[in-house]
Design a binder for this molecule. Structure first.
Ligand SMILES: NC(=O)c1ccc[n+]([C@@H]2O[C@H](COP(=O)([O-])OP(=O)(O)OC[C@H]3O[C@@H](n4cnc5c(N)ncnc54)[C@H](O)[C@@H]3O)[C@@H](O)[C@H]2O)c1
Ligand SMILES: O=C(O)CC[C@@H](O)C(=O)O
Length: 399
């Protein structure tokens, strides 16, 4: 059932702590931002799991202040005409710095060395001698000249790959869907793996930067571990589910995997040998949280006020310069004749069209139509009824 509504004050619900800069983008006279509000027009979220949530008819958009959208039921949102945004690249530098820190720290056994040294606290004046006697167990390897395999050369992977080249590593990257922009920005010294097997066979260290999808879930498993160099270090700052935990545990026990560094601990992973866990802090810097929140806030604000879509993961990007004229923003099936039916519904009320844009993505499409006169409030319910009757319409609103 589709609806057209004339909005007044718009309600933004927050499901996690959103950095202040992202909340400040909402003008106080036009928006109400609250973590408890009912029937929000939009939701801002970080990692909160939204899969069991029901969404009201009022909800028009969800913005993920971050990259991964696996905590959001994107397909359900699409069917309901709810636009899902993320903030591409906004936290990439934070994660890159975390990956490089962990790469060097793990190669030098820093985590284990620091923990062991702390156990000497009660040894009094014996500490210096014990340190000298015990340090050999923590001798590490330099990363210079070693091979780093980077799986997923998007915002984060490309930064990691380029900086690893600057640290004198050999870098091999695998990304069958690499974007043209990233390819332009990638160091020419990054070797391209045509297959993931090629990367597994040559890497001393592997870092993964793909989203969690049905294709990538469990990509680290018994079969892929058997293709890797014994003692390989694996860094996972993407999502825990990329790794088959049982197989990882066995690979760590047998030494095929020398160290596993992950930002996604759980009760099983915490118990695994040679594993270093961080508490999902890859993107936890002041700068990155502000960047993500501001980008997410602006995208939601602009969408609610103008209908323009930027950085959606489920609907096409669409921009029509906003002139303040009455605008119809309609989500519908991507089937022939929809634009014609929309324009004839509008012109049947003697309304003239000033401008329009229509964009499609897969099975769905989005149309914005500007009307060159103000539509009086008594016409809107009738026009609403007419647009409602168009087969294939999901949801539409007047702005
Ligand atoms: N630890 C954290 O706090 C943190 C922070 C940011 C992002 N992340 C995770 O990192 C992921 C990547 O973030 P990003 O900003 O680089 O995203 P991105 O979209 O810029 O890059 C992802 C890349 O993975 C590639 N890819 C997709 N499927 C692939 C496959 N099967 N094999 C190889 N490459 C594949 C894509 O082509 C793309 O280039 C996010 O989806 C998120 O899960 C974690
Ligand atoms: O919000 C966070 O702190 C984590 C974000 C991260 O997992 C992401 O996918 O961007």
């Amino acid at each position: 059932m589709s609806t057209i509504t004339l909005d007044t004050v718009k309600k933004i619900k927050t499901l996690n702590n959103i950095a202040e800069g992202g909340l400040n983008v909402f003008q106080k006279d036009t928006f109400m931002v609250d973590n408890d509000c009912e029937n929000p027009d939009a939701i801002m979220v970080r990692s909160f799991n939204m899969h069991s949530m029901e969404f009201g008819h009022q909800l028009k958009a969800i913005a993920r202040a971050g990259a991964g959208v696996n905590n959001i039921p994107v397909d359900k949102c699409t069917e309901q005409g709810i636009v899902v945004f993320n903030t591409p690249g906004a936290n990439a530098n934070a994660v890159k710095e975390m990956v490089l820190t962990s790469l060097m720290a793990s190669s030098r056994n820093l985590f284990a060395g620091v923990s062991w040294t702390k156990t000497l606290e009660a040894e009094g004046e014996q500490v210096p001698q014990l340190v000298e006697a015990g340090k050999k167990q923590f001798a590490g390897k330099e990363i210079k000249g070693k091979t780093l395999g980077v799986i997923g050369l998007g915002a984060i992977g490309a930064l990691v790959a380029n900086d690893a080249i600057a640290l004198d590593m050999d870098v091999i990257g695998f990304d069958p869907f690499i974007s043209v922009d990233t390819a332009w920005n990638l160091s020419r010294n990054v070797q391209r793996a045509l297959t993931i097997e090629e990367l597994f066979a040559s890497a001393d260290y592997i870092t993964v930067h793909t989203p969690l999808t049905d294709d990538t879930r469990g990509m680290f498993n018994q079969a892929t571990f058997s293709m890797m160099k014994p003692g390989v270090h694996i860094l996972n700052f993407s999502r825990g589910e990329l790794v088959n935990e049982t197989d990882m545990e066995a690979a760590l026990e047998s030494g095929i995997v020398g160290q596993y560094i992950t930002d996604f601990p759980n009760e099983n992973v915490l118990k695994m040998k040679n594993t270093v866990c961080t508490p999902h802090i890859g993107a936890s810097t002041k700068e990155s949280e502000e960047n993500c929140a501001i980008m997410a806030g602006r995208q939601i604000r602009d969408f609610l006020q103008t209908g323009n879509i930027k950085n959606s993961v489920n609907f096409p990007n669409a921009c029509l310069p906003y002139t303040g004229k009455q605008r119809v923003a309609a989500f519908h099936q991507n089937v022939p004749g929809m634009v014609g039916k929309l324009t004839s519904a509008i012109s049947s009320y003697d309304l003239n069209i000033a401008d329009m844009v229509n964009r499609s993505r897969g099975d769905y499409a989005y149309t914005m139509i500007d009307i060159d006169t103000n539509v009086t409030n008594n016409i809107i319910p009738h026009l609403e009824g007419k647009i409602n009757l168009i087969e294939g319409m999901i949801t539409a609103r007047f702005i």
